[in-house]
Design a protein around this ligand. Structure first.
Ligand SMILES: NC(=O)c1ccc[n+]([C@@H]2O[C@H](COP(=O)([O-])OP(=O)(O)OC[C@H]3O[C@@H](n4cnc5c(N)ncnc54)[C@H](O)[C@@H]3O)[C@@H](O)[C@H]2O)c1
Length: 259
């Protein structure tokens, strides 16, 4: 089992998108702790704290600006990587958009689909040629992709990530490249700062573990899917949600019956 052995991660190049903060930053740091050579990217111009936090870890983090919607940005990254083999890609960058179907603006819809769905497609299309047998892609979906979450554009974009993940797993499998998805529940990051205050208690009332998730809760699962410990796992979708999607609504009944 090689999840924790530094030898298995050393010299492994892993690209993480949306890594300036939140889950992406936690993923970059954990991977560097394990020994990987992490290229942390984000639309933000800098992430000084991230590079500082990586000092002294077994691996390294190099920060680079990349807007996941920018095909030329992806091409530049691939060119920089040159002949280097890429071991992993974490398509983590994402934006929320909370409009409902009755009033969603076309421009908002297009923006969310472009960042959350087209971004991961561009990442895989661009970096897969640099990946070989044993490499792994993790696409970050959401519990919105497993439910009728009220945010129409966000929810549709994340359902799209599910289809993209399965197509990629099927297409790249014969080349030994694995592609899986994680579906975070309510995770305590800057993204949820703009969520309506009623959302947290409502979400927690449907979460058997009874607490919000932390960025590290997701990072550990992402690291597992990038590691050789999951070498025969591809095309799966793993909720990281404290049980939120497991009960299909039955928690309300279970709680009522328990009194
Ligand atoms: N926080 C949650 O509760 C939650 C729940 C389910 C899924 N998710 C998903 O998890 C992922 C990470 O979210 P987070 O909670 O860490 O949010 P976050 O807002 O803290 O971080 C998202 C990062 O993505 C970056 N980003 C936005 N647009 C980008 C672009 N065009 N190109 C490159 N980077 C871009 C942002 O600058 C930011 O650093 C997202 O895909 C999000 O949809 C989050």
């Amino acid at each position: 089992m090689t999840l924790g052995s530094a030898e298995s991660w050393i010299d492994r190049i892993i690209v993480v998108t949306g890594a300036a903060r939140g889950q992406g930053a936690a993923e970059a740091l954990l991977l560097a702790e394990l020994g990987a050579t992490v290229i942390a990217t984000d639309v933000a111009t800098e992430a000084d704290d991230l590079e500082k936090a990586a000092a002294g870890l077994a691996g390294t983090i190099t920060y680079q600006r990349l807007d996941v919607t920018d095909e030329h940005g992806w091409a530049d990254l691939a060119q920089q990587l040159g002949d280097n083999r890429v071991h992993g890609l974490v398509n983590n960058a994402g934006i929320p958009q909370r409009s409902r179907l009755a009033d969603v603006e076309r421009a908002d819809w297009d923006r969310v689909i472009t960042v959350n769905l087209t971004g991961p497609m561009l990442g895989m299309r661009t970096l897969a040629p640099l990946m070989g047998p044993g490499s792994s892609v993790v696409n970050v979906g959401s519990v919105a992709a497993l439910t009728a979450h009220h945010t129409v554009a966000y929810t549709a974009s994340k359902w799209g990530v599910r289809g993209l993940t399965r197509v990629a797993a099927t297409e790249f499998g014969p080349r030994g490249i694995r592609v899986n998805a994680v579906h975070p529940g309510y995770i305590d990051t800057p993204m949820i700062e703009g969520a309506p205050p009623a959302m947290l208690p409502a979400h927690l009332s449907l979460t058997p573990l009874g607490r919000p998730g932390l960025p590290d809760d997701v990072a550990g699962v992402v690291a597992f899917l990038l590691s050789d410990a999951s070498a025969y796992v591809t095309g799966v979708e793993l909720p990281v949600d404290g049980g939120y999607t497991a009960h299909g609504g039955a928690k309300i009944i279970a709680d009522a019956v328990a009194g």
